[in-house]
Design a protein around this ligand. Structure first.
Ligand code: FES
Length: 121
C-alpha cells in the first residue's frame, strides 16, 4: 500500500509574522517535502489544519491497512523535510507501518504525537 504524507499547509510556528513571511510555515515545509517525496515514490497531499496547531508544523504518515502516525513540532527546513520523507520510506516498506525505533531517522525522534491503528475489515 502506498504511503502518504499529509501535510498541514496552514501551520504557523510561534513567532510566525504575517508581515514578513511569504507563506505559512506549513506551506514552506510542504514545498520542501513534495519534490523529495515524489522522487521516492511517496504520495503527498496538503490539508488545512489537523488540529495540532500548538505543535506546528504537523504531518501525518499513513497507508491503508497500516498503522499511521501523527508527527509535529517540525521546522520548515530541508533537514526536517528529508527526515520526514526518510521515515515515510521506511513506513512504506514495513508490512504493518511499524518501524523499529533504532531505525528511525534522527530527525523524527521526539516528533511523534499519536498512533492510529487501522480500521478492522
Ligand atoms: S494549522 Fe496546522 S494543525 Fe492547525
Amino acid at each position: 500500500m502506498t504511503t502518504w504524507i499529509t501535510i498541514c499547509e496552514t501551520c504557523k510556528r510561534e513567532g510566525w509574522d504575517p508581515e514578513s513571511a511569504g507563506q505559512t510555515d506549513g506551506a514552506a515545509l510542504a514545498d520542501m517535502i513534495e519534490p523529495i517525496a515524489a522522487s521516492a515514490g511517496i504520495q503527498t497531499r496538503r490539508v488545512s489544519c489537523t488540529m495540532g496547531c500548538e505543535r506546528a508544523c504537523n504531518v501525518i504518515v499513513q497507508a491503508k491497512e497500516k498503522i499511521g502516525y501523527s508527527l509535529g513540532r517540525f521546522e520548515p527546513s530541508a533537514e526536517d523535510a528529508a527526515a520526514i520523507v526518510d521515515y515515510a520510506k521506511m513506513h512504506s516498506t514495513s508490512a504493518t507501518g511499524q518501524v523499529p525505533f533504532r531505525e528511525w531517522p534522527v530527525g523524527v525522534k521526539g516528533h511523534f504525537v499519536s498512533r492510529h491503528v487501522p480500521l478492522p475489515e
